[in-house]
Design a protein around this ligand. Structure first.
Ligand code: ADP
Ligand code: MG
Length: 389
């Protein structure tokens, strides 16, 4: 990838695609992580004497919609950087072109949500050409969007000299270590809702790893595939054969699989609901497994001890609803406690869990890209990486 080292930004107007798809509440930014993560790139370019034009998406609007305006994001960014101005224009419009024409060195223009443009997600070539007119160079720092072949990610990058920003570089460097020459023993913890979401990642990682720990709802598809009784737990009936095939692969490859031994179960997903612990393969109806149990927490901790490389994706239970957050907390703590290991977390909900538990700084890398990090680990590249090569 071409990176910021290769760009002389002095006196240039640089177009930067960031990922400011942040959570909003009552018209204000609720979590600034993605804004803060973009600052090293922006400061580096401003220090060189560039002016900046920022593009981002926010949410999934169907056309222009004030609910998805980047105005509050620009306001939050202005607390960190001087010279930030919000221009309420669709980024492909003539107004936008005119507005950025007057930028001086050190100034930062934030344009409206790229998804207000009908051609954005279709990677419309005319729209990409209009974006290209906004800057003399293009920096892609939106790792979280790098799996999207959209006009503001891939289309524009083909038309102007393009470079990876620092966040993009950091993400690719960390995640590629999970694919290329990882130090062993290498353990992967996978959880979350569905086997079908994670099968590609698991398949690509299997030949590289030593141990696979499976929790979350998707464990029940595996347990049922092995003949266990899972009560009312979430099962993907149409993925039982797939689960069996994957387990066979692990045997062939000598990967040791660890499924939950016990589960915390309840009749409903509700804070403070009465819970019971059952063996993971003997959950009676009407109970559903909603978290890994205490024996599993202990077993997972032991399996993880001594690992030199770890990747974690997917919560171990319904972590949004206490007390079903305990298994996720235990795994988070076990990973955070590993000494001298390269520890990575990726995935929207798993990263949210790590942040909520205050464990972020104790991981080697916490990926800012949910879908993008998983797709990278599945395919070893992304459209937004290829276009910078
Ligand atoms: P990520 O975003 O980290 O990739 P997923 O989106 O795959 O993770 O999964 C997260 C979701 O899985 C959460 O909403 C969580 O409540 C749900 N989940 C985890 N374990 C269970 C379970 N045992 N039963 C039902 N839902 C579960
Ligand atoms: Mg998710």
């Amino acid at each position: 990838m071409r990176t910021l080292k290769d760009l002389d930004a002095r006196g240039k107007r640089v177009l930067v695609r960031v990922d400011y798809n942040v959570p909003l509440k009552d018209g204000a930014v609720q979590d600034e992580t993605r804004i803060v993560e973009s600052l090293p790139t922006l400061r580096h370019l401003l220090d060189q004497g560039a002016s900046l034009v920022l593009l981002s998406h926010l949410g999934r609007p169907k056309g222009p919609d004030p609910k998805y305006s980047l105005a509050p994001v620009a306001e939050a960014l202005a607390q960190h950087l001087p010279g930030v101005r919000f221009f309420p224009f669709a980024p492909g419009s003539e107004e936008a072109q005119a507005a950025v024409g007057g930028l001086k060195a050190g100034e930062v223009a934030v344009l409206e949500n790229v998804r207000f443009e009908p051609g954005e997600e279709k990677n419309d070539p005319d729209l990409a050409a209009r974006y290209a007119g906004l800057g003399e160079a293009f920096v892609l720092d939106a790792f979280g969007s790098a799996h999207r072949a959209h006009a503001s990610v891939v289309g524009v990058a083909r038309l102007v000299p393009s470079f990876a920003g620092f966040l993009m570089e950091k993400e690719v460097k960390a995640l590629s270590r999970l694919l290329h020459n990882p130090e062993k023993p290498y353990a992967v913890v996978i959880g979350g809702a569905k086997v079908s979401d994670k099968i590609g990642v698991m398949e690509n990682l299997l030949p590289r790893i030593d141990r696979l720990l499976i929790g979350g709802a998707m464990a029940f598809t595996f347990i049922k595939a092995l003949g266990g009784e899972v009560g009312k737990s979430l099962v993907e009936e149409d993925r039982l054969a797939l689960a069996r095939d994957l387990l066979k692969r692990t045997e062939e490859l000598g990967v040791k699989v660890h499924l939950p031994l016990d589960v915390v179960a309840a009749e409903r997903i509700e804070p403070g609901v009465e819970t019971k612990v059952f063996p993971a393969d003997a959950i009676p109806v009407p109970y559903m497994g909603l978290d890994i149990g205490p024996r599993t927490q202990e077993a997972f901790r032991e399996v993880l001890a001594g690992a030199k490389t770890t990747f974690w994706n997917g919560p171990m239970g319904v972590f949004e609803v206490p007390p079903f957050d305990e298994g996720t907390l235990a795994v988070g703590r076990a990973l955070a406690a590993l000494e001298g290991a390269f520890t990575v977390v990726g995935g929207g909900d798993s990263v949210a869990a790590v942040n909520r538990l205050g464990l972020k700084d104790r991981f080697s890398h916490v990926s800012t890209g949910g879908g993008a990090s998983l797709e990278y680990l599945e395919k070893g590249t992304l459209p937004g990486i290829e276009v910078l090569e």
